[in-house]
Design a protein around this ligand. Structure first.
Ligand SMILES: [Fe+2]
Ligand SMILES: [Fe+2]
Length: 180
C-alpha cells in the first residue's frame, strides 16, 4: 500500500484510540462524586482540534481534489467527505464550548452528549473513507499525486508525541496518569 494511505489508516487508529479514551473519561466524569480529569480532557479536545481537524483533514482534502481531477465521477463522494470535514470542524467547536461549560458550571451531561456526537460522527466518517475513498485513490491516482501526498502525510512528526502526552495525562484505567 502507498505510504500516504498507510499513514491515513494509522492516523485513523490513533484518532479512534483518543475518541475511545475521551468517551471513557467523559462517562467516568458522570459518576456521583467523580472528580473529572480536566487536564486530560482538555489535552484530548485540543488534540482532536489540532490533528484530525487541522492536519489530517486538510491533507485528505488535497487527496480528494486530486482524485476529482483524475476521475470526475468521484465528485459526489469527494463533496460529501469535504462536507463532513467542515461538519467535523463545527462539532469540535461545540466540544470545546461544552468542555468550558462543564468546567465552569459542572454541566457534565451536555459535555458527554457533545463527546458522543463527535465520536459517532468521526467513526462513521473514517469508515466511509477506508471503505470507499482509499480503494478508489489507490486505483486512480498517479505517480505525481503520490509523490506530493506521501511527502505531505510523512511530515507529521508531532502526531505520536502528542498522543503519548495524552496517555500519560489520562488517569488509569484509561491512561497511565494518576487519578485526579
Ligand atoms: Fe476525513
Ligand atoms: Fe480521515
Amino acid at each position: 500500500m502507498r505510504p500516504a494511505l498507510t499513514i491515513i489508516r494509522d492516523e485513523h487508529r490513533t484518532i479512534s484510540a483518543v475518541l475511545h479514551a475521551l468517551k471513557d473519561l467523559a462517562r467516568a466524569a458522570q459518576e456521583p462524586g467523580a472528580r473529572p480529569a480536566f487536564a486530560a480532557l482538555r489535552a484530548m479536545v485540543r488534540y482532536i482540534d489540532e490533528f484530525p481537524e487541522k492536519l489530517h483533514h486538510p491533507k485528505e482534502d488535497d487527496l480528494l481534489a486530486r482524485l476529482v481531477v483524475r476521475a470526475p465521477e468521484t465528485r459526489a463522494l469527494a463533496d460529501s467527505l469535504r462536507q463532513e470535514h467542515a461538519e467535523g470542524a463545527r462539532l469540535v467547536r461545540e466540544l470545546e464550548r461544552a468542555l468550558l461549560f462543564f468546567e465552569d458550571s459542572a454541566n457534565e451531561g451536555e459535555f458527554l452528549a457533545a463527546v458522543n456526537a463527535y465520536a459517532e460522527f468521526h467513526w462513521q466518517h473514517m469508515r466511509k473513507e477506508e471503505q470507499e475513498l482509499l480503494p478508489l485513490a489507490e486505483r486512480i491516482l498517479g505517480p505525481t499525486d503520490w509523490l506530493a501526498l506521501d511527502a505531505a502525510f510523512e511530515a507529521n512528526p508531532d502526531f505520536e508525541k502528542q498522543f503519548t502526552r495524552i496517555v500519560n495525562l489520562a488517569p488509569e484505567p484509561v491512561g497511565l496518569g494518576a487519578r485526579p
